[in-house]
Design a protein around this ligand. Structure first.
Ligand code: DHE
Length: 539
């Protein structure tokens, strides 16, 4: 029986809720050859069934120094000893000695050359087809406004909820892969949603039929995904291997793998990938080299100039030697390199996708880069660690402003997008992670994600840039991540706890209208807001 089998596998295996690599470089441990042989045997006997041969990950995450960089060894020892609540990671302190556990922890921080490869053949071999798409009905098998549905990711037990955004009732609850990260991406018609797990699994869920139809493992350690305007292509940005993988969304087959190397051949992890809708291109953030990439995926019927680009790409392609005849399969997905003065990891785009604002983690400067001219046009003095990816824009006193939370400092930075000056820093009760609004709402919401006040969320009036209300939805429990309904009338908020909740607020009166228990709900994503690139939401 598959359920009993999964339980027995679970008893053998080690599950880590690893917050995968962010910091470079990875901490590596050296062990003597004999120690390593003994530790490898321990690993094979106790961990391999979940964490995979060569520690590449399987049901559980990969256990390599490259993706354990942010996970301290003494924490790994503790997890092996006592297990991890609410995961299938059992405690090994009854079956293994203290020195065996230390040895295992040392082992997972030793480099493993063989394990860093994940080829097109591996991608193809990993494919799981749960249902034959062609046999599934093309109409929704339930009654609801298909534009006002939400996907809510529940990290606590690696599940997701499909929610009716009118009635706030569950339409489905299904298992996801382990440790999803980043926003899931909808197909342009809103029928399919694609998820990425930190361990490289990409899952395609058919909303109309409430079924996960197919899955593929695109990499060993993935950051996030983006989908093209026409819904044909999905790009997967990866730390391990250092590459991007472009998948055909119809069957999740790999169309192209592009190794992330700068023009001098230096390899880099990929921090994130984005779709730039007016440009018909993907933008790629590279973590370890001073370049940003643009990958055009369509020339819109063979016109000479990419729609949205301010110049003839063919002249540039010829001068710089990047191939760009998209009608030829061999030249599809060319890489247009934009060299930068600094490393840029975290991005935000202006609404026209002409300029990108980027920061290097730990840098005190944001850079504004014009994607057409490839030139830096401004620097913004940004302290702490702005989380640009969670930023939003709105119109303030006749001009477009951009607001970003900050992971290190308790403030929201509001920037004038005409002259790139900081208009205001709104003081909050602690560092935050996410920010949201809706064009039909006068408010922007932001959480206090870190520190003693992490049970609070601030409601900011977009016309005065002042906090008008601070809510504590579930005192003592972390409140985080909100999203609006299609019409902007309600706000859904996560209480980020194993015994957590999804709380629905009236967006105008700020009164609670519903509470639903959930297992550590993290992000939630409204079909309409996402596919229409609503300004107050993440793209
Ligand atoms: Fe995220 C989105 C990067 C840690 C939950 N996060 C993103 C995106 C990036 C990013 C680039 C936008 C991609 C997208 O949506 O397609 N996140 C990073 C980091 O570099 C960081 C700080 C370190 C890391 O470990 O990767 C980080 N993120 C976290 C967490 O610890 C969070 C809170 C819990 C988790 O899931 O691991 C977390 N990140 C999220 C969520 C989104 C996200 C829920 C999507 C937000 C949205 O509204 O779209």
């Amino acid at each position: 029986h598959p359920f009993l089998m999964s339980i027995s596998i679970a008893l053998l295996c080690v599950f880590f809720a690893v917050n995968t690599a962010n910091a470079a470089p990875a901490k590596k441990t050296t062990m003597s050859a004999a120690e390593k042989v003994a530790a490898k045997k321990l690993y094979q006997d106790n961990c391999q069934s979940c964490h995979g041969v060569d520690r590449l990950g399987a049901m559980g995450p990969a256990l390599l120094p490259e993706n354990l960089a942010r996970f301290r060894k003494n924490k790994a020892i503790k997890v092996i000893n006592t297990g991890r609540a609410a995961t299938q990671m059992p405690a090994f302190n009854k079956t293994l000695t203290e020195s065996e556990i230390t040895s295992l922890a040392n082992y997972i921080y030793t480099p493993s050359k063989a394990s860093l490869s994940w080829t097109v053949a591996d991608i193809n071999a990993s494919k799981v087809q749960h249902f034959d798409q062609s046999k599934l009905p093309n109409e929704a098998q339930f009654d609801a406004d298909l534009m006002n549905l939400f996907i809510v990711v529940e990290l606590g037990d690696h599940s997701a909820t499909l929610l009716n955004g009118d009635t706030f009732e569950r339409l489905d609850r299904f298992k996801t892969r382990f440790a999803l990260h980043g926003g899931p991406k909808y197909s342009p018609d809103g029928r399919f949603v694609f998820f990425a797990s930190r361990d490289g699994w990409i899952s395609k869920y058919d909303i109309y039929n409430r079924k996960t139809v197919s899955e593929v493992r695109a990499a060993i350690n993935t950051r996030n995904i983006a989908i093209s305007n026409d819904g044909q292509y999905l790009i997967v940005g990866n730390y391990l291997p250092n590459n991007v993988v472009i998948l055909n969304t119809a069957d999740l087959s790999p169309l192209k793998v592009i190794n992330a190397k700068d023009s001098n051949g230096n390899s880099s992890r990929v921090s994130a990938v984005y779709n730039a809708p007016p440009r018909h291109s993907f933008i790629v953030a590279l973590k370890d080299v001073k370049e940003v990439w643009e990958i055009p995926y369509s020339d819109e019927g063979g016109v000479e100039v990419y729609k949205g680009w301010a110049h003839d790409y063919r002249v540039e392609a010829k001068a710089e030697g990047w191939k760009a005849d998209l009608s030829k399969k061999s030249e599809q997905f060319p890489v247009r390199r934009i060299k930068t003065d600094d490393y840029l990891n975290d991005f935000f785009f202006d609404p026209d996708y002409i300029n990108l604002i980027g920061t290097a983690r730990n840098s005190h400067n944001g850079q504004v880069i014009n994607l057409d001219t490839k030139k830096k046009i401004a620097s913004i003095g940004l302290t702490g660690m702005p989380h640009l990816g969670s930023g939003i824009t709105w119109n303030y006193q006749g001009k477009e402003v951009f607001a970003s939370p900050n992971i290190k400092e308790g403030k929201i930075t509001v920037i004038d997008m005409e002259n790139w000056n900081i208009i205001k820093e709104i003081k909050t009760e602690g560092p935050g992670f996410f920010m949201r609004s809706h064009s039909k709402s006068r408010y922007a919401w932001t959480d206090v994600f870190f520190g003693p006040n992490n049970d609070k969320v601030h409601v900011i009036d977009k016309s005065t840039l002042k906090i008008v209300k601070t809510l504590s939805p579930s005192p003592g429990k972390n409140a985080a991540h909100v999203e609006f309904t299609k019409d902007g009338k309600f706000v859904l908020l996560s209480v980020w706890d194993m015994e957590g909740e999804l709380i629905v607020y009236d967006a105008q009166t700020l009164e609670i209208v519903k509470r639903m228990p959930m297992k550590k709900p993290s992000g939630k994503y409204n079909v309409y807001n996402k596919i229409n690139y609503e300004r107050g939401t993440s793209h």
